[in-house]
Design a protein around this ligand. Sequence first.
Ligand code: GDP
Length: 449
Amino acid sequence: MLEILTRGFRDVRQYLQGVRTLNEENLSEALAMIRVSLLEADVEFQVTRSFLEKVKEQALGEIVHVSVKFKERKLKVSPGDHFIKLCHDELVRLMGPEDASLDLRRKPVSAIMMVGLQGSGKTTTAAKLARFLQKKGNRPMLVAADVYRPAAVDQIRKLGADLNVPVYSDGGARPPEICSKAMQIASDANCDVVIFDTAGRLTIDEPLMEEIHQIEELAHPDNVLLVCDAMIGQESVNIAKAFNERIRLTGFILTKLDGDARGGAAISIKEATGVPIKFVGMGEGMDRLEEFRPDGLASRILGFGDVVGLVKDFEEVLDEKKAEEDAMRMLRGEFGFGDFLEQIRAIKKMGPLQDLIEKLPFFPGGLPSSAKVDDYELVRIESIINSMTPAERKHPDIINQSRIARVARGSGREEREVKDLLTKFRDMRDLMSAMGGGKIRGRWKGMKG
Ligand code: GDP
């Protein structure tokens, strides 16, 4: 996902490597490179412009001598890294503030209305949201209010049955009545939140808007979420703007972000409308809905991985306490290859590899072969780690040249590959422990791994 932006920022980082100070000249070149990459990623023109202006203003306004103190060493933060950090902060600002909250205060039943165009992923997302709420301890009910497309009713019934979530439908009634009646039915069934799957259209038309208004009047949804397809880029932003002018939206759910190489919608939609992104759809499976964290996405775009997101994923397969401890050990620089291997094994259980790997900070600057991390990449890493002794896994710093040669022989890999893995591991650990230690001066502080 979002490969175009990640590649763009990586190129800029490379370009700024070795630069001693940021000046007008190298800054202009770096900004020009980012401009091309943002536009190529389908970020709205205005948003691109304001992004570049803000970054430029801050980059020029600062004296760039930031250093990170770690153990006995003083790690210099290069102007290039500092510049990327400014981009990170600006991306977070554009997409934030973080707000994945839903208003579920109404008793006995709160309501969420899903709206969106046909094919945006509305019905699938309604079910995913039911699953999400169910996991949080709520008792959701799905409401089939898309009566024009019989297949939609069947689809939501099937999804509900798979998830063990009750589905209310009424073929004879009109959507506003269905929704209003559903509130009572849900209450009687001891459900505490209803999700209306309203009708999608091919374009925004009057009858659609009228129907949404009528549902609002009769059922008073507490949340109105517009489901937008990230893969259609800026068009999705235009649709969001048009809906936002006509109805009261409380948030967006951006779907198919997993297949979106560009990322324009994710970056522009909040800035263009003022309405927050609440969730993102990361795949077709029912568990592929994530609360939107601007910081996590910005880090991923910039190739730093998304440790918080990763830990959240781990919570699903590992116990929560362990995941927390792992994250803390990572931050303290105590994370060894043994932990890494354990996590790789857990990852294998978690489904779409590509997705998870992107969150791993061990691949800063993009994935090894960028486009595809298949199981092979993990097998390679696993075989290298497997050939290490327990002491080496725990204290990778003892791995010297002769140990490298032995590990390479044992795993059937090249020495170069072993060295490469060690370098990545050490860099990451050093950086993370420096960040976790709170010994960072200047604006670098607060950056997530
Ligand atoms: P609706 O017409 O808006 O109700 O759209 P559907 O819910 O029927 O979804 C249309 C297609 O998009 C289906 O094939 C879904 O599986 C797919 N889809 C929905 N959300 C996602 C997502 O986050 N990622 C991917 N890859 N596909 C999705």
